[in-house]
Design a protein around this ligand. Structure first.
Ligand SMILES: O=C(Nc1ccc2c(c1)CCNCC2)c1ccc(-c2cn[nH]c2)cc1OCc1ccccc1
Length: 340
């Protein structure tokens, strides 16, 4: 087991659960609270000119606090590595969940899709676009709640969400026509297209546009033509059609999506457009921390809010808050005292 000095006393590393291009994801235990976390480890050498993506992802995740966006607890940077301590999503990828069930029922698809719409509506309300929405970037936590991950490509155009982007990114299978044509595009509009592909995958168990040859794949995407299997209800067909519009100006907007009849069917209310980004102050958590480090709860809170929210104290606060929300006891192991 490789020992990383930077994690000593803070996290106990366990097995590797995933490895992508320039990152590997290991399970770990946050020593102070005993809570499970995932640590995304990136070595700066192999990151190369992708380094700015990490900074972009950290910047975005620090700002984004939402129940369906995977939470960043701590960032540790050494000369050679970045460690991103992230929320534990033991349900694995939504993609695997769909594959093992062949396809999801309309009710289950709606439960998941409302959570995706809620996360993306929140992103867009803060001027962000994800730009790489695909089933692999949607994880499930232990309660099968959905968590969006991988904000390495997300963009926050300087003059707001309605300004045009140009860089082509993300995977072609989920990419909107305007993106693969290299046209100027709006992040919000390409996210809607990718969510249309996601909804189709949930309801059908396969992708609307797929081909081994990239030219055929592009041709299919640009045609906007896809099969509509017999089991699709007319309401779901209408919604998918509204999202997979070739012309981005004809595509449904995120606001219309939140209120769409298919989205609200069986639910009391439309998907909410939240701006909740601030920390919730919790006195039980603060007094648990105060008992260990001897500082007053009010001082701990003041420092937390002022900090850049990616240190061990922040991780401890957020993980204790998670434990409280799950009705578990609040405890901190004394061995962590020196790391506060
Ligand atoms: O907690 C994460 N994953 C994760 C944790 C536990 C388990 C599984 C998966 C499934 C495999 N069986 C063991 C249980 C986990 C959290 C965050 C991120 C993450 C956030 N931004 N970037 C990456 C990635 C994560 O994983 C990647 C993964 C690995 C195997 C499959 C599915 C997903």
């Amino acid at each position: 087991m490789v020992r990383y000095a930077a994690l000593k006393g803070l996290y106990d590393l366990e097995k590797t659960i995933g490895s992508g291009g320039f990152a590997k994801v290991k399970l770990a235990t946050h020593i102070a609270t005993g809570e499970k976390v995932a640590i995304k480890i990136m070595d700066k050498i192999s990151l190369g000119d992708d380094l700015p993506r990490v900074k972009l992802e950290v910047q975005a995740l620090k700002t984004l606090l939402h129940q369906h966006i995977c939470r960043l607890y701590q960032v540790i940077e050494t000369d050679s590595h970045y460690f991103m301590v992230i929320e534990y999503c033991s349900g694995g990828e939504l993609f695997d969940h769909i594959v093992e069930k062949n396809r999801l029922s309309e009710t289950e698809s709606r439960k998941f899709f409302r959570q995706i719409v809620s996360a993306v509506a929140y992103l867009h309300s803060l001027g962000y676009a994800h730009r790489d929405l695909k089933p692999e970037n949607v994880l499930l936590d232990r309660e099968e709640n959905l968590k969006l991950i991988d904000f390495g490509l997300c963009a926050k155009p300087k003059n707001g969400i309605d300004s045009h982007l140009q860089t082509s990114c993300g995977s072609p299978t989920y990419a909107a026509p305007e993106l693969i044509l290299g046209k100027k595009y709006l992040g919000s509009e390409v996210d809607i297209w990718s969510m249309g592909v996601l909804l189709y995958a949930l309801l059908c168990g396969f992708l609307p546009f797929d081909d081994n040859s990239i030219e055929n794949l592009y041709r299919k995407i640009l045609s906007g033509k896809y099969d509509e299997p017999s089991w699709l209800s007319s309401s779901s067909k209408r919604l998918i059609r509204a999202m997979l519009q070739i012309d981005p100006k004809k595509r449904i907007t995120i606001q219309e999506l939140c209120n769409h009849p298919w989205i609200t069917a069986g639910f009391l209310n439309p998907v909410s457009f939240v701006h909740k980004t601030n920390f919730e102050k919790d006195d039980d958590v603060l007094s648990t921390m105060s008992a260990i480090c001897g500082e007053h709860a009010s001082d701990i809170w003041r420092k937390l809010v002022k900090s850049d929210r990616t240190d061990y104290r922040t991780a401890t606060y957020l993980l204790l808050l998670d434990r409280k929300l799950r009705g578990l006891s609040l405890r901190i192991s004394p061995s962590a005292k020196s790391h506060f």
